[in-house]
Every structure is written in C-alpha cells, then in structure tokens.
Design a protein around this ligand. Structure first.
Ligand SMILES: [Zn+2]
Length: 246
C-alpha cells in the first residue's frame, strides 16, 4: 500500500519514502509518494528519485492499481542494487513545472464543468488534461455561439473572483446521496471505498475528485475556449487553453 501524499498536499514537491519493492528492474513501489499517477483524466507526473548511495533515476511514468502506486524508471537497476535497496530510504522530487500545468488545467476543467452544469444542467461523458490544453465532453444538445460566449465569460468571472479551492473527505454513503457532487453521466464510481474526496471551489461548485488542484482560482489565469467539436446529438466537446503565467 502506498500513502498518496499528493491527495493531501497538492503543492508537495519533494518527499522522503522507503522502497517497498521492485516489480522489475525498471519499476519501483514506494510506501508513500507525491508523484501523481495518471488517473481521472490527469496525466502522470514525471519526477526524480534519489536512492541511497546517491543513485539518481528519473521517473518517466507513474500508475496506480487500487492503493498501490508504481513508478516506472528511466534506467534499469542491477539485481544487486534491487536486493540492497529494498527497504532503503529514497528522496523523491516532483517535476513541478509539468505538475503545476496539470493542476491549473485540472482546476480550469472543474470551472468549465461547474459553469456548464449550473447554466445548462449538463453532465460529463469524458475528458483529458494536457500540459498545454484540456477538454471535456458534455451531454449537451446545443453549443451555439451565444452559449459559448456565456460559458467563457462565466469561467473567467470565477477566475477573477480568486475563489479558494478546498478539499475534504466525506463518507461514501453520505457523498453518494449528494447527486450534484457526481458529475460523470455514467456510473463509474469506484466501488468499496469508505471515504470519497471532494474538491470544492468555495461558493461555486463541488465535485468528487482524486486529482491535484491549485489553491485559488486566480492561479488558473485567463481561460479561452480554443475548440469545440460536435460528436453527436447529445455529445459536445469543449477544449480550453490558458493564458501563460507571467
Ligand atoms: Zn477533476
């Protein structure tokens, strides 16, 4: 089991951990990590691990299977290293430039989905975050110029409000009763969880979420709708880009 430090502190850039095991010569499981594994539309972090004896190896990809996070390494370890490093201490460093781009785009998507949900009652059928753009698919029948103008200006109003983005945990039973927290159109909730995490843009919109977010909506910066796509009668895609951070 890996303690997922990124769920509790979205700004944690470095951490200490221990090696639980090496599934093979190019991957490692730690007892705790701040290197985000891909999931929920947010791409994997990259990072660096500094093992005992000073061996420094990049993490090129991170993935999660239930409560276990595996980091995939840029270099092979020798069988001797794998034996001697098991249980040893590791220093982990998150590629912060990349992660912060994912965080800004993730919060931007929550602003987008909040606006579309509250204005037009639409839910989400899919989405993806990239370092330079992000998109969501909605159960919307109409995506007129007028609607897009409303969506864009409402999104930027939430950004300029500089609202706090908080996270908290709710018992699964309690959370599932609050239908507005659950924005996906299909029933894709992981089963058997005791607690679910909520990300709350205070006074605007709260959603079930396991990703990483900026602390205030002002950090997102100006949001522009860069592309839309008609993917069917009740399926419309909206892509957004963010103004570069000064
Ligand atoms: Zn999310």
């Amino acid at each position: 089991m890996t303690e997922m430090l990124y769920l509790y502190d979205h700004y944690l850039k470095e951490f200490d951990a221990s090696v639980v095991e090496f599934p093979d010569e190019k991957s490692v499981v730690l007892d705790r990590t701040a290197i985000y594994p891909r999931g929920g539309g947010q791409p994997s972090d990259k990072g660096t691990l500094i093992f005992e004896m000073g061996r420094k190896i990049d993490v090129i990809e991170s993935s999660k299977d239930h409560d276990r996070v595996t980091h995939f390494l840029s270099e092979k370890l020798t069988p001797e290293e794998m034996i001697s490093l098991k249980g040893s201490r590791v220093r982990g460093i998150v590629d912060w430039e990349l992660r912060y781009k994912h965080m800004r785009h993730h919060t931007a998507l929550h602003i987008l989905s909040g606006v579309v949900f509250h204005k037009f009652g639409s839910r989400i059928t899919g989405g993806q975050i990239y370092p330079d753009r992000a998109r969501l698919d909605f159960t919307l029948d109409d995506l007129s110029k007028e609607r897009l103008a409303i969506i864009e200006s409402e999104m930027n109003r939430i950004v300029s409000d500089d609202r706090e983005v908080k996270k908290f945990w709710l018992g699964a039973e309690e959370a599932l009763k609050m239908k507005e927290l659950y924005r996906l159109s299909a029933d894709l909730l992981p089963k058997g969880l005791e607690k679910l995490r909520i990300v709350d843009i205070v006074g605007f919109d709260a959603q079930l979420d396991g990703g990483t977010h900026v602390a205030k909506t002002g950090e997102v910066g100006k949001i522009t709708i860069s592309k839309t796509e008609n993917k069917g009668k009740d399926n419309k895609r909206i892509e957004i880009v963010l103004a570069p951070r000064s």
